[in-house]
Write a protein that binds this ligand. Structure first.
Ligand code: PHE
Ligand code: FE
Length: 266
């Protein structure tokens, strides 16, 4: 969920009112299936010691030969947590995105990057959305957190506080780290779908790795064009759920008076 400056990529001409489309599975070429396979292969080899256990287990459960078929994946996801994925042409407006999450539907982009974008892509494609995000939808506590996030987003829209919630999404759902009995790992989709950041986030001495602190997260800016300078580390998903369960309405006026923090100088 990154906001590019340019027009979003994708075909928005055949969508329904809620921005969903048919996945049109038979429309993918064999070159696209092959590219997806290579992305999965490259990334799967990097998971051990970096991805959290839930991710590694669930990515295996969801595995497919080539591009995943959303209908088949939905049987598994629905049985695990009642979530569903819905096909979308690409980025969707904030209110639409939040409404889907609040209804336990995760929007997944239908198109795949080009071979030139193997290592880096600005906008989320099907590899980022499916490989990065869907495995954690099978975790009951994380799944509940994401639904609450959707409801909180709808509320924040009316309070003109979207920027604060966007930081929370960024530093948890996209770039979150987690302490486990085996050491620090990542559960963030932006990291798990990145060939470079997955090792950088844990091995590099340069970024700050701070314990999760709700107010601090919402005060901290982020960069979308480079590896992160600051990560926030949770101890478990229950902590994430618990510490975000309070009504944020009184937090927003407080945040407006607090300084904005620069992630490179945390
Ligand atoms: N509790 C938050 C609110 O009242 C909503 C929320 C839940 C936000 C979980 C993020 C994550 O606005
Ligand atoms: Fe994402």
């Amino acid at each position: 969920m990154i906001k590019p400056e340019h027009e979003p990529r994708g075909d928005y001409s055949r969508m329904r009112a809620d921005y969903t489309v048919a996945q049109n599975y038979s429309g993918y070429s064999s070159a696209e299936h092959d590219l997806y396979r290579r992305l999965v292969e490259r990334q799967s080899a990097k998971l051990a010691g970096y991805a959290c256990e839930e991710f590694i287990e669930n990515v295996a459960l969801l595995s497919s030969d080539g591009i995943p078929n959303f209908d088949s994946a939905n049987h598994l996801i629905g049985a695990a947590t009642g979530w569903q994925i819905v096909a979308v042409p690409g980025l969707v407006p904030d209110d639409v995105f939040f409404a889907h999450l609040a209804a336990r539907r995760f929007p997944v982009t239908v198109w795949l990057r080009t071979p030139e974008e193997f290592d880096y892509i600005v906008e989320p494609d099907i590899f980022h959305d499916f490989f990065g995000h869907v495995p954690l939808l099978l975790n009951p506590v994380f799944a509940d957190y994401l639904q609450e996030y959707g409801k909180g987003g709808m509320k924040a829209l009316g309070l003109d506080a979207l920027g604060y919630l966007a930081r929370l999404y960024w530093y948890t759902v996209e770039f979150g780290l987690i302490n486990t009995p085996d050491g620090m790992r990542t559960y963030g989709a932006g990291i798990l779908s990145s060939g470079g950041e997955i090792t950088y986030c844990l091995d590099s001495p340069s970024p700050h790795r701070l314990g999760f602190d709700l107010m601090r997260v919402m005060q901290t800016e982020y960069r979308i064009d480079r590896f992160q300078d600051t990560y926030f580390v949770i101890d478990n998903y229950e902590q994430l759920f618990r510490e975000t369960a309070q009504d944020f309405t009184p937090l927003y006026p407080r945040l407006r008076k607090l300084p904005t923090l620069d992630p490179s100088n945390a």
